[in-house]
Design a protein around this ligand. Sequence first.
Ligand code: NDP
Length: 491
Amino acid sequence: MTETTTETTETTGQPVQADIAVTGLATMGRNLARNLARHGHIVAVHNRTKARTDALIADHGNEGTFVPAASLEELVAALKRPRKVIIMVQAGAPTDEVIEHLATILEPGDIVVDGGNAHFIDSRRRESALRERGLHFVGTGISGGEEGALNGPSIMPGGTAEAYQTLGPILESIAARVDDTPCCTHVGPDGAGHFVKMVHNGIEYSDMQLIAEAYDLLRTVVGKSPEELAGVFRSWNEGDLESFLIEITAEVLATKDPRTNGPLVDVILDQAEQKGTGRWTVQIALDLGTPVSGIAEAVFARSLSGHAEQRAAARGVLAGPSEKVTIEKPDEFIEDVRRALYASKVVAYAQGFDMIRAGSEMYDWTIDLGAMAAIWRGGCIIRARFLDRIREAYAKTPDLPSLLVDPYFAKTVSEGQESWRRVVGVAASAGVPVPGFGAALAYYDGLRRDRLPAALVQGLRDLFGAHTYRRVDADGAFHLNWSEDKSEHQA
Ligand code: NDP
């Protein structure tokens, strides 16, 4: 066994000058602390319940230099200045409690990092409160789950550029790397990091929903078995769709239930749960006026799946298609679904990036969209080959009006549109719900049409509420005298 390199103030008699601290040593904090230690940082570690600290030292103390602390005071005392403390405790009130305690024992210039899944509005509030007390607060999105925390996550830190100067090199050293570039960069001030993490999670919802719809169609309409579909997803993972989520889809579909030896996917209850970041994304998108319809449909699809009683009631009384849809050329339809999936995925990302731009403008964050695509290429759940294309698109044209009009994406999605339409049509005929594919296609058509029926909506609004309308051929707002002589007046 390797000799332990754990040092404590008790064993050495000297205060150990730790580089960084982690408080909160459950799944995420423990793995992040190990990752830091494995990269040569001296890591002070603390957990409210000391047993977790002891377990970390007992199980992994030989992976680097840890300084276990029994209290936050001891933790702070072990740190080099400016002190850097990463909080990895339960989001919400527990995080506030720990921040408040730390704020009373840290000194001006020290840096408090919240690596939990905080709402960006909370991160803005915390940053502002700590700034007034002379402390830096860095709300940091961390994606990649427990595996990423240990082996290299994608890290999205907010806070001041000054804090990033000190903290950044440490975070970059433990992040995933793609093309020798760390999947970590300074996102922007105050809550920018947690905002971007929130949108990342919204895109993740959308991505998973689209994959699930592709699976449902190929299983229901083409009649492929889960095992056969695992092969289809494996082959898709060798092309444009290459991504972590496609890879693990193949794995889930290929897995047998240890009890029945049938496909595992067939014994998993079909009610998807959610922790809330997808919902936050949609709520904030509504405030910002950014139509993230793909993300919204994914959140609603999970909600619908959870309404078991309604589904049971509807199953017996609502009719499905009277004729069975037959696919004459299964291989061609599978290719159609692949193209529809890719096009819908591009729309989901286009909507997510629009939302980041809108948030950045609203809060003056000046977020570099290309840099966000770059740090999502590795470590995180939505890591995918095509993020490199997104990075290139924004690097070439930082003020791109929409990802969909970038020459590469415009060409790819336009080339796939006939497939996309066939797939949505077949799904409707077969009674297979594809809210993700459908919403994405509607968004695509909504963007590209010369005229939208919004003109009629404006007419209706003016008729019942005198809300006025604008004209295509004159400036200003107008109201029609609907109930009398139908004359028009400038408002
Ligand atoms: P949990 O969210 O399950 O939180 C448990 C940790 O919080 C324990 O260390 C616990 O201490 C501590 N804690 C709870 N209440 C308090 C309190 N009032 N004061 C001090 N400590 C408290 O842990 P995870 O590791 O799963 O996640 C940590 C953070 O990272 C969360 O914000 C989570 O949302 C986020 N996150 C999680 C991911 C994941 O995949 N799990 C991915 C990305 C982010 P004790 O042992 O004493 O109970």
